[in-house]
Design a protein around this ligand. Structure first.
Ligand SMILES: [Zn+2]
Length: 240
């Protein structure tokens, strides 16, 4: 081989190297660009990580808020249930009270018991037919039980002048109650009354030794059918 032959080949190599250098720089440029992009990508990734951390934090906050809300809802539900139960309990109590109100009550309040049933004495030609409650004139007189007024007026409402102003109320199961010596009658025949309803004011009319309510329980509307009113009331849950 001669030197002349080699020269061109050296030149070719240099060109090739130059070309390779160019290529290398191109490659390097491309690498830098990639590296820059890589940094951006990393930055983006970091941003994304930071963002996802923020999202996670927010999600955590939201989860906590949801948990709080759930707890509040649960508490409200428990409260509502408790209130419902309280209302139901109240309804039961109210029902019981209504049942009690529908039964029997004392005909007057603030009394002193005086002459009792079957008691003998100068005041009566026969034994005493009722229970006397000594009360000041004008004391409210209440229906002892629910029923319908069948007698109301002077002369014992038809039973005789000894009773003064009187009322007879018909109840269920063949029971009647009578109220005598009244100063004022506040009901009329045929009127329906409830237990405890004010029907008159007490007085001292008729054959009476002093202000009091004469109270009878009868098995008919009329005089002569009286039973012991204290025992009757007691058997219906009322102690006088
Ligand atoms: Zn009497």
């Amino acid at each position: 081989m001669s030197n002349r032959v080699m020269k061109p080949s050296i030149r070719t190599t240099a060109v090739a190297l130059a070309a390779a250098g160019l290529g290398a720089s191109l490659v390097a440029g491309a690498g830098s660009a990639f590296a820059a992009e890589g940094k951006a990508a990393v930055a983006n990734t970091q941003t994304a990580v930071a963002a996802s951390a923020a999202v996670a934090k927010q999600a955590d906050v939201q989860a906590k808020a949801a948990a709080q809300l759930a707890a509040q809802v649960k508490a409200a539900a428990a409260k509502a249930t408790a209130q419902k139960q309280a209302v139901a309990k109240k309804a039961v109590v109210k029902k019981a009270a209504a049942k009690k109100a529908a039964s029997w009550v004392k005909p007057v309040a603030g009394y002193t018991l005086t002459a009792s049933f079957n008691q003998g004495g100068a005041m009566w030609s026969h034994k005493h037919s009722g229970q006397d409650f000594a009360v000041p004139v004008g004391t409210p007189v209440k229906a002892a039980g629910a029923g319908t007024v069948v007698k109301a007026g002077p002369y014992g409402g038809g039973d005789g002048p000894a009773y003064g102003n009187a009322i007879v109320v018909k109840h269920a199961n063949g029971t009647y109650s009578q109220y005598a010596h009244l100063s004022k009658i506040k009901v009329h025949i045929g009127q329906k009354v409830s237990a405890g309803q004010r029907i008159a004011l007490s007085g001292n009319t008729g054959n009476s030794s002093g202000p009091h309510l004469h109270f009878e329980i009868r098995t008919t509307p009329n005089y002569g059918s009286a039973v012991n009113p204290a025992a009757f009331l007691r058997s219906h849950g009322v102690t006088i």
